[in-house]
Design a protein around this ligand. Structure first.
Ligand code: SF4
Length: 63
């Protein structure tokens, strides 16, 4: 599983960080979210899915 942020779509709303603080962090300089973890367990995968569904910009890409 690979998780990326589309920097052109992300508005920096911070919702993904609120939903999964272990996975996403807002880069305050760029004002976009970053992925801070790359090794995911079942709990992370559920959380990531929730973040994908709640991102208002559809900026979280999962392969
Ligand atoms: S929820 Fe979506 S738009 Fe908001 S910071 Fe996260 S990736 Fe960006």
């Amino acid at each position: 599983m690979e998780v990326r942020i589309d920097e052109d779509l992300c508005t920096g709303c911070g919702l993904c960080e609120e939903t999964c603080p272990d996975i996403f962090k807002l880069n305050e300089e760029k004002d976009i979210a970053e992925v801070i973890k790359t090794d995911y367990d079942d709990y992370d995968e559920e959380c990531i899915q929730e973040a994908v569904e709640s991102c208002p910009s559809e900026a979280i890409l999962v392969d």
